[in-house]
Design a protein around this ligand. Sequence first.
Ligand code: CU
Length: 174
Amino acid sequence: MPSLGEPFGALILALGTTVILLALGIAVIAQGLRGGSHPAHAWLVRAIWVGIVTLLVVGVNLLSETWTRAEPAGTTPPTLVAQVEASMWRFALEPETLPVGQPIEFRVRSADTIHGFGVYDPTGKLLFTVMAVPGAEERAIFTFREPGTYTVRCTEYCGTPHGLMRATFTVQGR
Ligand SMILES: [Cu+2]
């Protein structure tokens, strides 16, 4: 499955937020115009509450969002191809040492069931994921900016030892 790029995800979030805000705004104003048994300022209080709740929801979502920085295959000509095979419960990566600053195309396959190829930087931050699906080859391009030891973890539950399914590889400076 190709990963959604940063602009696409941001656009979806912005559109969704706008639609929700418009719908809530119209509902609140309509109720205010209708009047009823509420005090005159009730619609303003509601509008403020809607605003606060919306800001909280959007803010928490934005802060928890980790934009994927991998590109779909075909966007940048890769200078290197890395073959990845996931199987219960290990990753085979070839080559195991990768260069800094060069677009690398990861070609991810699975030998048995669905796994997730999740790449974490040396500080433990998730950089990108690629699904490993039996019978298919999923591709993503990524350029490493820092040398170090990177960790691969499975990001799809694939059996009891799933949590132990990990590997490391080295990214070397030029
Ligand atoms: Cu798994």
